[in-house]
Design a protein. Structure first.
Lengths: 504, 242
């Protein structure tokens, strides 16, 4: 476990050596299995059902009929190996089953055995191996549980695949099948249960949230001397802010939330948080459940309608922005009750960037004196969404906002940013302590690129726009010899730089 | 032998057309419930079609991934394309002018194809990661293509066969008139392996050829905020809920 994790060395990101394979290196890494109390509220069997093999194969058949991605990806991989050196978990662990194609093959081998003529025919006479077909045995299922929970669904492999095969789609399908036969991932399912029961991932009830936000208003008053509000359930507000619950108190997340409040204050735009939709995160995406994802997203529609807001703005969260940008219109649309002049939904960075462009807020870089920033592109924002009106706006807008706030900005190695960005190592539902070993190793490529700009350019801080990235880096930075406070929210920088009222 | 090959080619052609047809129909029918283009992605359907076109003709993503592999893959696929075009002369009478002009280049295509395949084979054996992910069928497929290319080149370079008769055989097949095929062992091997390739096509990874056009991460436009995307089964779910 974490205590005996061997921290991978950090070299030059420009001359990364492709590791030698260490079969079985991560064979024992797995999350806790969900208990009946975690599975049943989501409608999944409490524990592994006796006829799991039959049920699992049947569920695979259903998914193949429902998802073009899965059906096509199962058939068209040619094993060219373009993806084999692209996954951060492979680069950090050297375990060959963490190569995207090998991870997919854990699933594909079962597909070939039960859903292809060649696999069925040869499999029946024990020669399935010839065409890569395997029986769905308990050993195979155990491999699924271990290795599909060493994938953060970051889509880096899909950038490089000549057919666009996305391992995230496969790992979502595998997790869905496992949930449907009662083999759930405790961390994810427990959290989804909390969202249904209490309203957010952290299980923070409404009164506690209000209390907490009042405390933040006082902090803002102490800092600025101004009455900067953190409104909750305010009828008729212009904007509903949906943000990850970590923003309400975790560091550095909460400093970002205070930044959003300052921006809204400076813009003079009324806004509110809803006690109904106190969570932007949607962990149902990680477990591949369309049904659960829609249920969680529906809270946002209901909250927006109840409060009569005209716009929905999302706070800094990676996978939440994927669900918001790419899926929300599908899941809870059409959102014709919102003001058509604005994107539905909008990212807080789009909001702030627009204000900066129009001169609606003033920023003073001296608020971040002495800081040299770099930016970690979060995987779901980078490869599964967009900001602004042009492709790639998700790379430009955060950087422009940061540059407007800080004296010096430096990008990390080009192979580690933009569409080629490396995952923080904790995405996809892996942000749980029992997976610390794979989380630390999986962050190696990012740490290496960061170390490079720290050495060469004197970078002091790395900004991110994802609650998971921020939490993950807070944990892993110290293991690589960095200060845990090196990771900052983008709106924390805005918060430090923004010029408010006449008091400044 | 003539009868055997006539039946073989009718069967192989039927399996290829029906098999690939069924697969394409399956890909086309299966809904994509969510917008999942790998971003940054084009904003319009036309842009997305252009992106797929670049993947198919330039292997754009592969270029990003691995330059040597891109060169091997390009040599093989471009070579194969030239060879296929060159072979059209066996099925056309009269032969179209562009195909006549391309004949000499077809031979270079054959060489490029063999060189590319050989490099891909060596890579599969030598590179540890690629050896790990390679199964028997991956090697067999390369071996099959190499054998087809090698037997073809042998007939061009070493032991010529009666290509006028070969052409007559295939033109005959196309009008259901069985004409005599030369009894040449290299030709027999070549044709047998080609038929085998046609037979395994719909059951193997060769489906990447039609499949790439259906890959949602490449063929979808990035417009989810502007246009509501709803698969039929998701719409059904929505109706049941309301």
């Amino acid at each position: 476990m974490a205590a005996d994790t061997k921290i991978p060395a950090m070299g030059d990101p420009a001359e990364r050596a492709i590791p030698c394979l260490q079969p079985g290196a991560m064979a024992d890494s797995k999350p806790y299995v969900a208990a009946p109390a975690h599975n049943e509220p989501l409608g999944f069997p409490g524990e592994l059902v006796p006829d799991w093999q039959e049920k699992g194969i049947a569920r695979m058949g259903e998914l193949l009929g429902k998802y073009k991605s899965l059906q096509v990806f199962m058939d068209i991989c040619v094993k060219c190996g373009a993806c084999t050196d692209k996954c951060h978990y492979f680069l950090g662990t050297n375990d060959p089953k963490n190569m995207p194609v090998a991870r997919q093959d854990l699933f594909r081998s079962v597909y070939r055995r039960y859903f292809t003529p060649a696999g069925k025919a040869l499999g029946a006479v024990g020669m399935g191996k010839l065409v890569g077909a395997r029986e769905f045995t308990k050993e195979v299922l155990d491999e699924w549980f271990n290795y599909f929970h060493q994938c953060s669904q970051c889509r880096r492999c899909s950038v490089f695949c000549p057919y666009g095969i996305d391992t995230a789609e496969v790992s979502m399908a595998a997790r869905d099948i496992m949930d449907n036969i009662g083999l759930g991932h405790k961390y994810a399912n427990e959290i989804i249960g909390k969202v249904h029961k209490i309203g957010n991932n952290l299980g923070l009830p409404g009164p506690a949230l209000i209390d907490n936000l009042e405390g933040l208003e006082e902090d803002l008053k102490d800092e600025t001397g101004l009455d900067i509000r953190m409104p909750v359930d305010e009828q008729g507000a212009e904007i509903l802010l949906v943000t990850p619950s970590a923003d309400f108190f975790a560091e550095p997340h909460v400093l970002g939330l205070m930044g959003y409040a300052k921006v809204f204050h400076a813009a003079g735009t009324s806004w509110t948080i809803s006690t109904k939709a106190t969570e932007a995160a949607n962990f149902a995406m990680f477990i591949g459940s369309y049904d659960q994802m829609q249920k969680i997203a529906m809270r946002i529609r209901e909250a927006a309608l109840e409060l009569g807001v005209k716009r929905i703005v999302f706070g800094e969260c990676g996978h939440a922005w994927r669900v918001a940008y790419s899926f929300l219109n599908t899941l809870i649309g059409p959102m014709d009750f919102l003001d058509p002049r604005y994107p539905k939904p909008q990212h807080i960075l789009e909001f702030t960037y627009d204000l900066i462009q129009r001169g609606g807020i003033r920023l003073d870089k001296s608020g971040n004196d002495g800081m040299v920033l770099t930016f970690h592109d979060s995987c779901n924002v980078a490869r599964a969404s967009r900001m602004g009106e042009r492709p790639g706006g998700q790379f430009v807008i955060p950087r422009e906002v940061i540059k407007a706030c800080v004296p010096k900005f430096v990008d990390m190695h080009p192979d580690t940013i933009g569409e080629k960005t490396f995952c923080c190592g904790g995405g996809g539902g892996l942000l749980t302590d029992e997976l610390m070993d794979v989380r630390i190793k999986g962050s190696q490529p990012r740490m290496e690129a960061l170390n490079d700009v720290v050495k060469r350019e004197g970078v002091t801080h790395m900004a991110a726009i994802c609650a998971i990235c921020k939490a993950q880096f807070t944990k892993v930075l110290p293991t690589y010899g960095f200060d845990r406070e090196m990771i900052v929210s983008v709106h924390q920088l805005v918060s430090n730089a923004i010029v408010l009222g006449n008091n400044d | 032998m003539t009868t055997f090959f006539a039946i073989l080619f009718y069967a192989a052609f039927a399996v290829l057309v029906v098999g690939v047809g069924l697969k394409v129909a399956q890909y086309a029918r299966t809904p994509a419930p969510l917008k999942i283009p790998t971003t940054p992605a084009p904003l319009t359907p036309a842009g997305a079609a252009f992106r797929v076109g670049r993947e198919v003709t330039l292997f754009e993503s592969l270029w990003k991934a691995n330059k040597p592999l891109w060169i091997f893959a390009m040599a093989f696929h471009l070579g194969l394309a030239l060879v296929v075009v060159r072979h059209l002369r066996y099925f056309l009478d009269p032969v179209w002018a562009p195909i006549v002009w391309l004949q000499p280049f077809g031979v270079y295509g054959g060489m490029a194809m063999l060189a590319g395949l050989a490099a891909l084979f060596v890579r599969r054996v030598v590179v540890q990661r690629i050896a790990y992910i390679s199964g028997p069928s991956d090697y067999l497929m390369l071996a099959l293509l190499l054998a087809i290319g090698a037997s073809g080149m042998m007939m061009k370079m070493l032991a010529h066969t009666d290509i006028v008769a070969v052409k007559s055989f295939f033109l005959g097949l196309m009008v259901f008139d069985i004409r005599v095929l030369p009894a040449d062992p290299i030709l027999a091997a070549h044709l047998f392996l080609v038929a085998l390739l046609m037979l395994v096509f719909p059951f193997s990874k060769l489906l990447h050829a039609p499949g790439v056009f259906f890959s949602p991460t490449r063929n979808q436009a990035d417009d989810p905020r502007e246009r509501r995307h709803l698969a039929p089964w998701a719409a059904q779910l929505e109706r049941e809920r309301n």
